[in-house]
Design a protein around this ligand. Structure first.
Ligand code: HEC
Length: 159
């Protein structure tokens, strides 16, 4: 072989070596990237599961929560029989449908009977009396037809 040819061969070998280095390097980088991505997705799924657990727990906590005399989850006024009403009166329709109404005990009973006859409301059994008491106490008709007279006012004299 001529020295020239040997030189050329060497250059070729070096080139091949370099190329394989670059290839291995790229594969390592690729692998690392993949690994990191996997780890982060794993972590985020764990976080997601943990946070959804957290939400569920706090939801259960919140379910009994009363703030300023209002049952937060439904908007019902706090009082005897509240939980019976929450359990029996919010599974078919929103609590709003109840709370926006004001009726006497007889009217509430009639509404319940109407739902039992036509809307598949179940027999409330022994809970009917406390439920009616609750409704007719906290959602009684407003009896004040006009606002009460203002007191504490400095009326001025017309001249
Ligand atoms: C089995 C399902 C069911 C349950 C449980 C239920 N309701 Fe109803 N209720 C209905 C349906 C259906 C309507 C009609 C809804 C509509 O018109 O959109 C209704 C309507 C009402 C209305 C409106 C009536 C009107 O004249 O507009 C009130 C008030 C009411 N429900 C109160 C209650 C109370 C109080 C309870 C608990 C004792 C209760 N509901 C439980 C099904 C139910």
């Amino acid at each position: 072989m001529k020295p020239e040819d040997i030189f050329k061969k060497n250059i070729k070998t070096i080139r091949k070596l370099l190329l394989s280095f670059v290839l291995v390097f790229l594969m390592l980088i690729g692998g690392l990237f993949f690994f990191i991505r996997n780890e982060t997705t794993k972590n985020t799924t764990i976080e997601a599961i943990e946070s959804s657990d957290y939400v569920e727990i706090s939801k259960e906590d919140d379910f009994d929560k009363i703030e300023n005399g209002i049952h937060v989850a439904t908007g019902f006024v706090e009082g005897d029989g509240l939980m019976l009403v929450v359990q029996n009166c919010t599974s078919c329709h929103s609590a709003k449908l109840v709370t926006q109404n004001r009726m006497s005990k007889e009217k509430w009973l009639a509404t319940i009977r109407w739902m039992q006859e036509s809307q598949n409301l179940w027999d409330l059994g022994v809970n009917e009396a406390p439920i009616l008491d609750y409704l007719s106490t906290y959602y009684a008709p407003n009896q004040i037809g006009r606002r009460a007279n203002l007191t504490d006012i400095d009326w001025y004299e017309l001249k």
